[in-house]
Design a protein around this ligand. Structure first.
Ligand SMILES: Cc1cc2nc3c(=O)[nH]c(=O)nc-3n(C[C@H](O)[C@H](O)[C@H](O)COP(=O)(O)O)c2cc1C
Length: 143
């Protein structure tokens, strides 16, 4: 299945996670592009994909990372056409832990999308990749 991971990062962790997800999805037989909103443009063409993953970190007391915030404010895509999954990054030392995942999920639902699996929340730098691998396996199974 043709897939894209739409993400943004400030300090690289989300990109690291997105690359690991891309590798695993490819191993599972999918064709997977990565799309950084900052570097590859804020208007990705979703129409060529069947599976779309959205991922971003939390900053500024529970806000979605800025480029992703701008993207969801502008994007009026009907997400019912796609298979969708959402992941968010944060750090549980902050009171508003990982609200990026919740904000992204609420936006997906508002755009008529139905996440294939529960959102994935990643706490800090993922030294242990197994929760991410399990989540990608569950996305693959849900297709
Ligand atoms: C200034 C600053 C503010 C942050 N605010 C939050 C926050 O409100 N909630 C949260 O869960 N994580 C917060 N974080 C943690 C980041 O979301 C986390 O480190 C994430 O992995 C960074 O992803 P990135 O490397 O892709 O930018 C903050 C980090 C920094 C440096």
């Amino acid at each position: 299945m043709k897939a894209v991971i739409i993400y943004e990062t400030l300090t690289g962790t989300t990109q690291y996670v997105a690359e690991a997800m891309q590798t695993q999805l490819k191993e599972l037989g999918h064709e997977v592009d990565l799309h950084s909103l900052r570097y590859q443009g804020n208007q990705p063409d979703l129409s060529q994909y069947e599976l779309v993953l959205f991922g971003a970190p939390t900053y500024e007391d529970g806000k979605l990372e800025q480029a992703m915030r701008v993207f969801i404010a502008r994007c009026k895509e009907d997400l019912s056409k796609y298979k969708v999954a959402v992941f968010g990054l944060g750090n549980s030392s902050y009171p508003q832990f990982c609200t990026s995942a919740k904000i992204l999920e609420e936006w997906v639902v508002k755009q008529n999308g139905k996440p294939l699996v529960p959102v994935l929340r990643i706490d800090g730098f993922p030294d242990d990749m197994s929760p991410i691998e399990e989540w990608i396996a569950s996305v693959h199974q849900a297709l």
